[in-house]
Ligand binder design. Sequence first.
Ligand code: ADP
Length: 201
Amino acid sequence: MSATRILLLGAPGAGKGTQAARIIERHGIPHISTGDMLRAAVAAGTEVGLKAKAVMDAGQLVSDEIVIAIAEERLSQPDAKQGFVLDGFPRTLAQAEALDRTLEKLGTPLECCLAVTVDTEAVVQRLLKRAEIEGRADDNEETIRERMRVYDAQTAPLLEHYRKTGSRKAGSRKTGSLAEVDGMGTVDEVFERIEEALSGS
Ligand code: ADP
């Protein structure tokens, strides 16, 4: 049985959302994306949405307090018992530590952290193309560069966190759960690499 409690890490535009959709289709587990949940809150005009909108449009991070609360709430729902793909959370060390505590409390530790690695310039071009197609408010060049900067400063250090503290699956000899996957190539190629990493974890 391959891992079904999966964390996807990677820079904006690394293809996390696309690959998450493939993983949930194959494994029948929920996709938990804080970006999607925040966009839904903005669209619904909730209190959280009102607070988050300007921050998101500027390419900056919504407060740990807000995203930790929404992620915890979602992870506590019954369908997440059988597994999940976490996408876009955690993005800071404080969020990672909160996630570790929450999953420990729920008795559902992470089984695999997949880091999708990409070339930054290629990704900026990919995001600019997506901007034309989807018209997301945070997909303009200035904001894209800001999101990259924020990723390097706040989120990239999480790779080290998962390399060190990665959960250990019962019966596995691996002590770290971090698997690095090359995110360049076609969607199918990247998905194949992901499946390989999952079956080995
Ligand atoms: P991307 O596709 O750029 O990786 P997401 O769709 O995951 O972006 O998130 C869009 C925006 O929502 C982020 O730029 C940020 O403002 C906010 N956001 C999403 N998840 C988090 C998080 N875990 N912590 C803080 N802000 C978040």
